[in-house]
Design a protein. Structure first.
Lengths: 430, 227
């Protein structure tokens, strides 16, 4: 009797502690952080000169401390204007209607209006400038018929930057992961034996293919509905290569309907190579990997029709899925197929867990190729990924502790540290 | 050898340049991401012709052999040719052949889209309602401890999102607000569900980075059919 549990308890990832050699990666990242430190030096900025009081100035004040400077971390052609709103500005619906931003190429004018900002705003980004040209700005407070102008800020020039310092945290994570991956690849190549927990869904591939062979029915592989520029499709195709080899060894039939023409050509090449490496190039049938349609529900209708008519014994769903996930999986369930799914779309995971026998959750989809290959290089990358997760977990626990301590003691510095940790991860994930 | 080396080199160069472009906004890197996206679109457009050709060949072969499901193939090929002809000739387009877009309101193409394609797609989508019910029925059977917890949680969420949940626990005093079903449902969604979702998201983000690195530096070549 085939396994068909709906919920599976997943053990937490067992991860070996970082070895001493990981230090090179940490030292590398420290040097990186030091380098990045200099990048935080603010760009030259130009402050406003004396304000110019205009009509109706008795009721409202002009913005103060108007500053114009090159927008940092961008490709140029942009100047950021910032100001301190007057005390009368209580936000939308208050005494002040908003601000008008004026620009000139000379401190004496003529100034032309380039945009508006609502009440409560304290910044405006001018994206209609040319690099290397001096610009001067003034900000006018608008209140009814009154308009009070600030002093002139400038000159400011737009320039393209060489480094996007907004992404420094992503750079550090990328750098650390690369270091961990390379370290563990070398570690495993030199004889280290990694512990990789068993993935039930992938362990069942042979069983599922064998069952289809015994029943004389085809095996269906659905690589999601996204194109080859989606990393989930790439992960799905790499798994298809391994499944293709197993199918070739069993001399069974593999059917791959695709929703993108580029995926079809890639899948054909991958499966052809898999059959070749299994020593059965003659069994490969190009027509079993075919294009259906780009349209989401047209594709679902085509695949569902095939499932109901041909009743494949095994269905694999590996890639990016949207609303069609449950329609496909429930149809597969209704025909009694063994179903293995894998996706990194969090919203579709519950559907696959409910309707399929095995589900690769999120990162397991990406680890599957390495897991199936057994190649030391690829297994090393899983360990590297695990260390990355360990760092993430440690920083979450640390953040929670620091934030709790900050709330208990009222020390502002602890709140700042926990906010920094939160923004580090949230902007990276964004 | 060449069949694998050249794609590997292209993958490595493009991947590396795109990673660099993410951190360097300065020319010439600033436009590379858009440029590569355009190149991808061009390749995908060419591949689309391959796809269309494959569709005609596949189904044409089934029709000519009178395969057991050749009727479906006939509908597919017929639909494909009909929509292609309507689109290419802009039949019924209010501004004529040289006029506005092929999808202009009033054109036959627009008609086919509105009154044939959209209802068909909506019908497929509507199947979800039934499938959600059947999948939930199986998932919520209290076969073991985990499934029982799932059932209870689902029950609370279900009630908490409807007026029944509010009605059932409205008699509770304010001091016992934490026992009110809408409050429980809200907390389950915003604390437990959110935390679990974030954990999965972090794993996915790291998995994407790791997989991308494997592909870029050539460790993972299985997408080329090699280990």
């Amino acid at each position: 009797m085939r396994p068909r549990s709906l919920l599976r308890v997943r053990r937490s990832h067992r991860t070996d502690p970082p070895h001493g050699s990981v230090r090179f990666a940490l030292l590398f990242s420290l040097s990186l952080i030091t380098t990045m430190g200099c990048l935080f030096c603010s760009a030259p900025q130009a402050s406003a000169q004396t304000p110019d009081r205009g009509e109706g100035s008795a009721n409202v004040s002009p913005p103060s401390e108007v500053v114009a400077r090159d927008t940092p971390s961008d490709r140029g052609e942009s100047i950021a204007v910032a100001w301190t709103p007057p005390p009368e500005d209580t936000g939308p619906g208050g005494a002040i209607d908003g601000y008008r931003i004026l620009r000139a190429q000379s401190a004496t004018g003529p100034f032309e209006a380039i945009g508006q900002a609502s009440a409560g705003a304290a910044a405006y980004t001018d994206t209609n400038v040319k690099n290397g040209i001096n610009y001067y700005y003034t900000v006018v407070t608008l209140a009814g018929t009154a308009a009070v102008s600030s002093g002139v800020a400038g000159p400011a020039q737009a320039h393209p930057q060489w480094l996007n310092t907004n992404q420094w945290n992503a750079f550090i994570i990328l750098f650390l992961l690369l270091g961990f991956n390379l370290y563990y690849i070398e570690h495993i190549k030199s004889g280290g034996k990694p512990f990789i927990r068993k993935l039930a869904g992938l362990e069942a591939v042979s069983e599922a293919v064998g069952r289809a062979t015994e029943m004389g029915r085809p095996i269906l592989f659905v690589p999601g509905i996204q194109d080859m520029n989606d990393i989930q499709t790439v992960a799905g195709i790499t798994i298809l290569g391994h499944i293709g080899r197993t199918v070739a060894e069993y001399d069974s039939r593999l059917v791959v309907p695709t929703s993108r023409a580029l995926v079809m050509t890639t899948a054909r090449e991958t499966v052809r190579e898999a059959y070749l490496s299994a020593g059965r190039p003659d069994s490969y049938n190009e027509n079993d990997i075919y294009y259906v349609t780009d349209e989401q529900f047209g594709y679902v209708a085509g695949v569902n029709g095939y499932m109901v008519r041909e009743k494949p014994a095994t269905c694999f769903y590996m890639g990016a899925f949207f609303a069609e996930s449950l329609i496909l999986a429930e149809t597969g369930n209704s025909i009694g197929a063994i179903q293995v799914a894998g996706t990194a779309m969090p919203a579709q995971l519950p559907f696959f867990v409910a309707a399929c026998d095995y589900t690769l959750i999120g990162e397991e989809l990406f680890a599957a190729s390495a897991y199936l290959s057994g190649d030391p290089k690829q297994l090393g990358s899983i360990k590297g990924q695990d260390v990355g997760k360990l760092l993430g977990m440690a920083s979450i626990v640390l953040g929670v502790l620091i934030s709790s301590l900050g709330a208990i003691t009222g020390w502002g510095v602890l709140e700042k540290i926990s906010s920094w940790i939160e923004s580090f991860w949230s902007t990276t994930l964004a | 050898m060449v069949r694998q080396t050249i794609p590997l080199m292209i993958t490595a160069i493009v991947g590396f340049v795109l990673v660099v472009a993410y951190f360097i906004p300065h020319p010439p890197f600033d436009t590379l991401r858009e440029d590569f996206a355009i190149y991808f679109d061009i390749i995908a457009s060419v591949a689309f012709i391959l796809g269309a050709g494959n569709l005609i060949m596949m189904h044409g072969s089934k029709i000519s052999k009178r395969d057991k499901s050749w009727g479906y193939s006939a509908v597919t090929v017929g639909g494909f040719i009909l929509v292609l002809l309507i689109g290419l000739t802009k039949i019924g387009n209010p501004d004529g052949f040289r006029g506005s877009s092929v999808t202009a309101e009033g054109s036959y193409f627009d008609y086919v889209y509105r009154y044939i394609f959209r209802p068909c797609a909506a019908t497929m989508f509507a199947l979800l309602a039934f499938y959600v019910a059947s999948a939930s029925f199986r998932a919520f059977r209290a076969k073991n401890a985990e499934a029982t917890i799932l059932l209870l949680v689902a029950f609370i969420i279900l009630l908490g999102r409807t007026f029944v949940g509010t009605l059932l626990t409205s008699w509770l005093p304010d001091s016992l607000f934490f026992l009110k079903i809408p409050y429980l449902a809200e907390k389950i969604m915003t604390v437990l569900n959110f935390a679990g979702n974030r954990a999965i998201m972090i794993g996915i983000a790291l998995g994407i980075i790791s997989t991308s690195l494997k592909v870029i530096i050539g460790i993972d070549r299985s997408y080329l059919g090699a280990d």
